[in-house]
Design a protein around this ligand. Structure first.
Ligand code: GLC
Ligand code: MG
Length: 725
């Protein structure tokens, strides 16, 4: 990274499923390697080239699979001086189609957090691409307090509608595409996004409009750019490129104008209608060759069903109309051949056609335009805008084969109009579809939401410091942090000194509301994280966002109604007031003289197949929590999620519900005023019993571990201790 740190925006793009790399993209290899993969790589580069952007990370899935190139297994790939692709784990190592990635998104989220931690900086902006990344982006945005930008690329509700219309049964749609989950992820992304980037107006007005979270005030239309260095008309001295050989070997008269179609072999792309249109119009067959480049293929027989069907139909139609010698359909081509294909077609005075049934954008159309090749395209979304801007061709009805062949013939026949279209296409591409123009508009819109310039529409978000901390202090609240105001004041003054890389959290039996209230009363500054209700809830101090991952994790086997039912009438137990009963916490007052032993209660519950963790504190409280919840487990979860090593965490407590967070590999301190339940921790490694009480005890513990200086590694400390005896 060659720019000074903190000099500009740190932007993170997320595009999970594709095979993405910085060179020779395998576009059209399968349904998941379409325009989106190219879009995100070019966007990353164009953003990184801007002086006000310091760093761009493009996060994607790491794939380690002998069926795909080893490039996709590299954890990091630098693609420009300030841009890199970062590959993170997401489920199994092998390549998977996007529809089956849903269960693995949580591991991607956790890996992303660790990545930000390694970078040592919280991003200024997250930009998710497609539904799965939208889900991940929404969660990360909440966890980090960072604004989210989302681009759908294609939308589940639109796809479902189209599949419905095609006659596919709802259950099959569900089974094949996991469409409900996708739509829900899109709703979550749209509900959380500070800005949604669409490519066309139609996308906003007809497609996004189908969503519950349709907020036009947050949507901007910025068409994607095209790489004008790669896509340009044939220049003086142009000679047939290597790919010409792959095309010309099919053709009897290779010099004729070339009708070029370039798309994945997908039903929606409607190539078969094009072949029929061409096959049935003898004048067109006489006037031009048809060149179809339907991705790459080795063996049609082993391709996925959609591709197999499309390619088989293509071959059958060629045979039926006897199109040998005038239709080319090369088997292989490389990404760098694509600009050459457009130039060959332009040079032949040919035309580009996109006959897709629907076309949300159609990147190939602006590539053709930039290459000086006129276009014939479907009357839908992208093409309407593109032909409107570039005035370089005509729109057609993709289902009307006759109209299609007439339009093609027409485009080739009129020489002076062909020239006009060709020139106006290159001009239009430069004017409307350069990446430079794209990122300029993009950053103008983004500056409003990142709060660099004061935007009226979006509130400035508070950001989490957790990715940049290198140590974390977690205090129990009652009788530890609070209780002695003089001590608290001294502690806050001490922490004030070193707060830069120090994270601060509280862990308490109180509810969130009552915690916030009591912290305010004692004028404690807002912690970075709050573990409340005895570890059954985690919130982040910026914006009070709940950690949903934790809630989902602990919900396992939790049946609070049955627990209450089972303990009804037990002597010595009385339910605490409603305010103390939480989603994951059932709390009683317990009278140890009258109640059965805690162990006996536990046994009784187990015999009824009820599972809860029983936590006894102050000889007065009994809390029932899910098996997976406790203050200590919450701290461990946080340590893992945010990548904080246990020896960089120092924990303080005074009573029974603190016990499990005081033991283990984290450093810990029991304050002098502790309750008898904690006596059993004496002698355990990394548990220091302070002499001083309340926050004085915290200060003593901080000095004991020299926690605000260079923290000592546990090993070193152990040696020192034993040499002291
Ligand atoms: C706090 C909570 C109470 C809980 C006790 C012990 O006082 O308010 O509900 O039982 O801590 O964890
Ligand atoms: Mg306490």
């Amino acid at each position: 990274m060659n720019k000074a740190p903190d000099e500009g925006l740190y932007i993170v793009l997320i595009s999970i499923h594709g095979l993405i790399r910085g060179h020779n993209l395998e576009l059209g290899r399968d349904a998941d390697t379409g325009g989106q993969t190219k879009y995100v790589v070019e966007l990353a580069r164009a953003l990184a080239a801007r002086p006000d952007v310091q760093r761009v990370d493009l996060l994607t899935r790491r794939v380690i699979d002998s069926k795909v190139d080893t490039d996709y297994a590299q954890p990091v790939e630098v693609i420009a001086p300030s841009a890199q692709i970062v590959r993170l784990a997401c489920g199994p190592r092998r390549y998977l189609r996007k529809e089956v990635l849903w269960p693995h998104l949580f591991s991607f989220i956790d890996d992303a957090l660790q990545h930000f931690r390694r970078v040592g900086r919280t991003p200024d902006l997250l930009h998710s691409h497609y539904a799965d990344a939208g889900y991940v982006g929404a969660r990360l945005a909440q966890l980090l307090g960072v604004p989210l930008v989302h681009t759908g690329h294609s939308l589940g509700r639109v796809k479902r509608q189209r599949l419905n219309e095609s006659g596919l049964a709802p259950q099959s749609i569900e089974r094949q595409y996991n469409i409900t989950q996708r739509i829900e992820a899109e709703e979550i992304a749209l509900g959380n996004a500070a800005m949604v980037v669409a490519s066309t107006r139609q996308e906003v007005e007809e497609q996004y409009a189908q969503y519950e979270n349709y907020h036009t005030q947050r949507m901007v239309t910025i068409p994607p750019g095209v790489d004008l260095e790669r896509f340009h008309p044939p220049r003086r001295g142009w000679r047939a490129p290597p790919v010409a050989e792959l095309v010309n070997r099919f053709l009897a008269a290779p010099r004729k104008p070339m009708i070029l179609a370039l798309s994945r072999p997908d039903h929606r792309k409607n190539i078969t209608t094009l072949v029929r249109a061409y096959g049935e119009n003898s004048a067109l067959r006489e006037a031009a060759n048809l060149v179809i480049v339907p991705g790459n293929r080795d063996d049609i027989g082993v391709m996925d069903r959609g591709a197999r069907e499309v390619l088989t139909d293509l071959l059958l139609l060629i045979d039926r109309y006897d199109l040998y010698g005038c239709v080319a359909y090369p088997k292989h081509h490389e990404a760098h051949d694509v600009p050459d294909l457009y130039r060959m077609a332009a040079r032949s005075r040919g035309v580009f056609i996109n006959p897709a049934l629907t076309e949300p954008f159609g990147l190939t159309l602006i590539e053709a335009a930039a290459s000086g090749l006129p276009i014939v395209a479907t009357r839908d979304g992208g093409p309407i805008d593109i032909i409107g801007n570039c005035k370089n061709g005509v729109l057609i009805d993709p289902l009307d084969a006759d109209a299609m062949s007439e339009a093609l013939l027409d485009a080739i026949a009129d020489r002076s109009r062909w020239l006009r279209w060709s020139r106006s296409g290159t001009r239009g591409a430069r004017q409307h579809y350069s990446w430079e123009g794209h990122v300029k508009k993009y950053l103008r819109a983004v500056n409003k939401i990142t709060g660099r310039r004061r935007g009226r529409r979006f509130p400035r978000v508070a950001r989490s410091r957790l990715p940049s901390i290198d140590r974390l202090l977690v205090c129990d609240v009652d009788s530890t942090l609070l209780g002695d105001s003089e001590a608290l004041e001294a502690l806050l003054a001490r922490l004030g000194d070193g707060r830069g890389k120090l994270g601060f959290g509280v862990a308490t039996g109180r509810s969130l509301e009552s915690t916030l209230k009591v912290l305010k009363q004692w004028t404690v500054p807002m912690p970075d994280l709050l573990i409340t209700a005895v570890g059954s809830e985690i919130h982040y101090g910026h914006g009070m966002v709940e950690d949903q991952g934790w809630a989902q994790h602990i919900a396992h086997r939790w049946r609070p109604d049955a627990l209450r039912q089972a303990l009804r009438g037990t002597p010595g137990l009385k339910l605490q007031p409603k305010s103390e009963q939480r989603r994951f916490k059932v709390s009683y007052f317990i009278d140890p003289d009258k109640a059965p032993a805690v162990r006996a209660i536990q046994r009784e519950l187990r015999q009824r197949d009820l599972h809860a963790k029983l936590i006894y504190s102050h000889e007065a409280y009994l809390d029932l929590l899910p098996m997976r919840a406790s203050k200590g487990l919450a701290i461990r979860y946080l340590a893992m999620r945010w990548g904080i090593p246990p020896e960089a965490i120092l924990v303080f407590g005074d009573s029974g519900n603190d016990e499990d967070m005081l033991s283990g590999n984290t450093l810990s301190v029991v304050v002098g005023n502790h309750t008898p339940e904690l006596e059993r921790l004496r002698g355990q490694h990394w548990v220091y019993f302070a002499e001083a009480t309340h926050a004085w005890g915290i200060l003593e513990g901080i000095e004991y571990y020299n926690f605000l200086g260079e923290p000592r590694a546990p090993e070193e400390q152990q040696e020192q201790e034993s040499s002291q005896c």
